[in-house]
Design a protein around this ligand. Structure first.
Ligand code: PMT
Length: 412
């Protein structure tokens, strides 16, 4: 594949050297296009020796071969890493005052961008608006991650690791720039519900919302109109969804609130995905005041729990013609027990069109950036198995939804 790697002027440029190396090792023909500021961090000899191709920042070199558009025209994939706030702004407005700018305007290839900047710059409304604009044009945004930044700061703004960018970029190239979910209305739940015990305490779970939000973002990037029903989620993760022009976010605290939001949204949805971790039980009598130790007088306390409705089962019962309902199954199989068999039993019980079965535990499923799912039909047939980042899993899930919709049309 002919890959253009744009590099803008941030310290994370040193990590892009490794990204270029991974691409070259993968057999790709890599052309690095640094900005003038980028070469103050990593010089031309490094880019040339790592990419094994000539590198320039100027539109005036190699004019006879129309270099200012030739790279963009030839590209199968363009990656910009790191993308500074300035480069994002230039991309959003279509500025082409250097070779990277002209290359980006001349390309019809998928564009994958890995932003890197300080948290304040990332959260600035101008950057948020620029990211939103780029997403509407189908640009895939990878990260940034929450972590250590230069100068001792920390927070969202750290460029994703080269391996993560590579995976997202190769997946984008494989998909091409088609919007295969365009015109679909999609409702996705994400995060963990919280059932109050008293005004200060709740029963909750470890869902960060990463998987559900990846499902919502993947759908939006592929052209769908998305309603994200967010139970408790990590705010940094939610920010990327809130910034997406095709994602509307509504918040839901308890299972009952989530049920009401999903029920209302389901009426006009083409596809429903329940990725939220919903509490199966709630406290029978929520105390209006904080429970105190005195009241228990050292004997411990007992909470009466009552069962919540199964929201997913209700959505399956109310499924309209042609609507596809997808659930997730979070399983902790005992030693020697088959995850697949547990998944199959749940698929039969829930009756969903698709059920994404994932193993969860102390260090898997919840909170992590990676996941592995086996996607089953209600009859227990394995549609696919997807392993990788939560975004990879999300894209695999949407591929399965598309083939389910196609099968439904053929049956009618
Ligand atoms: O959020 P992350 O940290 O990224 O973690 C991702 C995840 C592990 C939470 C996600 O991948 C996942 O598995 N979500 C579903 C969690 C869950 O509640 O699984 P379950 O097997 O208990 O429930 C099966 C299905 O029924 C789910 O679609 C769930 O949303 C739904 N359900 C469950 C209980 C209930 N009362 N009503 C429901 O609708």
């Amino acid at each position: 594949m002919f890959v253009v790697v744009g590099v803008s002027g941030g310290i994370a440029a040193y990590k892009t050297v490794h990204l270029v190396r991974l691409l070259v090792k993968g057999g790709h023909d890599v052309h690095v296009v640094p900005t003038a500021d980028a070469v103050r961090f990593v010089g031309l000899p490094t880019w040339e020796s790592i990419s094994r191709n000539a590198v320039t920042t100027s539109v005036h070199d190699d004019v006879a071969r129309v270099r200012h558009v030739a790279l963009g025209q030839a590209a199968d994939l363009v990656i910009v890493a790191p993308a500074t706030a300035n480069t994002l702004a230039k991309m959003a407005t279509g500025l082409a005052d250097d070779l990277l700018g002209t290359t980006l305007l001349a390309t019809t290839a998928p564009v994958v961008v890995a932003p890197a900047m300080h948290t304040e710059m990332w959260r600035h409304p101008a950057t948020t608006a620029n990211i939103a604009t780029l997403r509407t044009r189908g640009v895939v945004i990878v990260g940034p991650e929450d972590g250590e930044l230069t100068g001792g700061d920390s927070g969202p703004g750290r460029m994703s690791e080269p391996e993560v960018i590579l995976d997202a970029a190769l997946a984008a190239a494989e998909r091409g720039s088609t919007a295969d979910l365009a015109g679909l209305r999609v409702v996705v739940s994400a995060g963990g519900t919280r059932e109050p015990i008293d005004p200060v305490r709740y029963i909750g779970n470890r869902s960060s919302g990463k998987q559900g939000i990846a499902v919502a973002l993947a759908a939006a990037d592929r052209g769908a109109d998305v309603l994200l029903v967010a139970a408790h989620v990590d705010e940094g993760v939610l920010a990327s969804a809130s910034a997406h022009p095709h994602v509307n976010v509504v918040r839901a605290g308890t299972a009952a609130e989530l049920q009401a939001a999903m029920g209302a949204a389901a009426r006009t949805a083409d596809v429903i995905v329940m990725a939220a971790a919903v509490a199966d039980y709630r406290v029978a009598e929520v105390s209006e005041s904080k429970l105190t130790k005195d009241a228990a007088s050292g004997r411990g306390i007992t909470l009466d729990l009552i069962e919540n409705d199964d929201i997913l089962a209700g959505l399956v019962r109310g499924r309209s013609d042609g609507q596809v309902v997808v659930g997730f199954a979070a399983e902790t199989p005992a030693e020697g027990e088959s995850l697949l068999e547990r998944g199959r039993r749940k698929a039969a019980r829930k009756g969903t069109d698709l059920l994404a079965v994932n193993e969860v535990g102390w260090s898997s499923g919840f909170e992590s950036d990676v996941n592995e799912v086996t996607i089953l039909t209600a009859g227990g047939e394995v549609v696919s198995t997807v392993q990788g980042t939560k975004r990879d899993v999300a894209d695999g899930l949407w591929d399965a939804v598309i083939s389910t919709r196609e099968k439904n049309v053929t049956k009618r």
